[in-house]
Design a protein around this ligand. Structure first.
Ligand code: G3P
Length: 218
């Protein structure tokens, strides 16, 4: 399972990279705004800075919602670095743009996916990644993980190569359940990745080992 970090924070990206388990980064306009990154040149420079930290794919989201605008923005974004994947919203013009990009070898991440039908469309259009938002579905009392399972089943039925990128991950159990289902990728905050480390028996066991070692070694 690939681990992406869902942030535009260079500090968090560097920390996850230093841990040695990071496979890529996803961003969105809200995450960029949270870091105070605005203005076309600043945004482009920030994507370049992210690409310098990580080795893997970096999703950069378009702002346009019309076909021509999405294509224009996407073609500009991929010039920044080979690692850039164009993040396109699940709307009619977005699907048309994903098809356009896939025919030209430009990689895409279809975002804001909340149903299996949307994921099927994204795969048919040739999206590289599909991003179902599991946390936001859970927020409205809908089973986000069931959506991951449904998409897995559908893609496996037909051999679609679009990778399932479980997004809007909020906590370590989301990651574990996605791994059990067979999501190809998960993207979440640094806190969810670091939470995988923690177990009280590990902490207690280590404290005991160190205390016992100290008894005979001073
Ligand atoms: O980047 C898309 C998605 O991961 C957003 O997550 O936590 O804002 O629902 P969240």
């Amino acid at each position: 399972m690939k681990f992406f970090i869902d942030t535009a924070s260079l500090k968090d990206i560097q920390e996850a990279q230093d841990l040695g388990v990071l496979d890529g980064v996803t961003t969105n306009p809200s995450l960029m705004a949270k870091e105070g990154i605005g203005g076309e040149e600043n945004v482009k420079n920030h994507y370049k800075a992210i690409c310098e930290i990580v080795d893997g794919d970096v999703s950069a989201e378009v702002i346009s919602t019309d076909f021509e605008g999405i294509v224009r923005e996407g073609e500009e974004l991929v010039k920044l670095d080979d690692q850039i994947v164009v993040k396109v919203p699940m709307i009619k013009d977005g699907i048309k743009a994903i098809k356009y990009f896939s025919e030209r070898g430009i990689r895409t991440n279809c975002t804001l996916v909340f149903s299996a039908g949307q994921a099927l469309l994204a795969a048919k259009a040739g999206a590289t990644y599909v991003s179902p938002f599991i946390g936001r579905l859970d927020d409205i009392s809908t089973d986000g993980l069931q959506l991951i399972q449904d998409i897995r089943d559908i893609y496996d039925n037909y051999g679609y190569t679009t990778e399932i990128l479980a997004a809007s991950v909020r906590h370590p159990m989301h990651i574990l359940e996605c791994a059990k289902i067979g999501a190809d990728v998960m993207t979440g905050p640094l806190s969810a990745i670091l939470a995988l480390l923690k177990h009280p028996l590990t902490d207690n066991g280590l404290a005991q080992f160190l205390a016992d070692h100290a008894k005979v070694n001073g």
